[in-house]
Design a binder for this molecule. Structure first.
Ligand SMILES: C[S@@+](CC[C@H](N)C(=O)[O-])C[C@H]1O[C@@H](n2cnc3c(N)ncnc32)[C@H](O)[C@@H]1O
Length: 273
């Protein structure tokens, strides 16, 4: 298990990396504002299955690792009365602030490591929403689950829609499933260092890979995710595996082949009343 100093160091490196990656989110600011202004909801089909009737039960939704806030504000468009976004990246939070200001949306933003999410938010969430490339940046999953529990009201729900750990094992560019030399070990329990971004997400930002900040990603297995949730006291209500992707992870593969393996997962859980 990583020491707390290691966890802090990796998170602080990732803050630098994500401040770099935020450039891609800044570039699409106006387009995203128009999307949201038109009532857009940036959710994948599996998410729409779970996130229903928000206007009837969700006063406050807290989005952990909210990035540029499009998905957070999509929760508002889907019926949440107010939304809160938390993210470690200064530039991402600035992008999110600009969006809610343009839309005059009931949103609050916090630039914070998830593990330090301000205690003023404790016990205020009807819904904690997160995922789509979030957990791999968190180096202590038990601490993460404890944050989720402290944010939720009794009876409040967690919805996690995340990349399936099985989906992380394969190379991006191949036409068939080929185990990635680095990511292809399902039982690797250490973070993997990386520079740069996949070509179908963020891209090279106009500079060579070795000029990008060093980041650290940790692939969590299914049992680790479930046990972190159970260990925090959350009651698991439903787990579902999906063939759907949330980004173009395998640009050269036949889509029918992509859908033969699990690509994403949903966890729906509740803080006991
Ligand atoms: C892939 S994005 C999450 C998906 C998001 N829905 C999107 O629009 O892309 C990952 C986010 O996690 C944030 N992040 C990484 N490590 C974090 C940490 N320790 N605490 C809070 N946010 C973190 C990054 O800044 C980034 O915005």
């Amino acid at each position: 298990m990583a020491s707390s100093d290691e966890v802090r160091k990796w998170h602080s490196d990732n803050r630098v990396g994500w401040n770099e990656g935020a450039a891609a989110y800044e570039a699409e600011l106006e387009e995203r504002i128009e999307f949201l202004r038109a009532g857009g909801q940036n959710f994948c089909p599996p998410e729409r299955e779970f996130l229903t009737d928000l206007s009837t039960w969700c006063h406050r939704a807290i989005h952990l690792q909210c990035a540029g806030g499009t998905d957070t504000l999509s929760l508002w468009n889907r019926g949440a009365h107010e939304v809160v976004g938390v993210d470690i990246s200064d530039r991402m939070i600035e992008v999110a602030r600009k969006k809610s200001a343009a839309l005059q949306a009931p949103a609050h933003w916090f630039r914070s490591d998830i593990l330090d999410t301000p205690t003023e938010l404790d016990g205020t969430a009807d819904l904690v929403y997160t995922g789509r490339g979030a957990l791999c940046w968190i180096m202590d999953l038990d601490a993460w689950a404890q944050v989720v529990v402290r944010l939720l009201k009794p009876g409040g729900k967690l919805y996690l829609y995340e990349g399936h750990p099985f989906s992380d094992l394969w190379t991006f560019e191949d036409k068939e499933y080929v185990l990635d030399p680095e990511y292809g070990d399902y039982f690797n329990a250490r973070p993997i260092d990386s520079e740069g971004w996949p070509s179908t997400y963020i891209g090279d930002l106009g500079k060579p890979i070795d000029e990008h900040a060093l980041k650290h990603e940790r692939m969590w297995r299914m049992d680790e995710i479930v046990n972190a949730a159970l260990g925090s006291g959350l009651k698991l209500l439903k787990i579902k595996e999906h063939p759907d992707l949330f980004w173009n992870r395998f640009p050269n593969m036949d889509p029918a082949n992509v859908r033969r393996l699990p690509q994403t997962l949903s966890i729906w859980a509740e803080k006991p009343a």
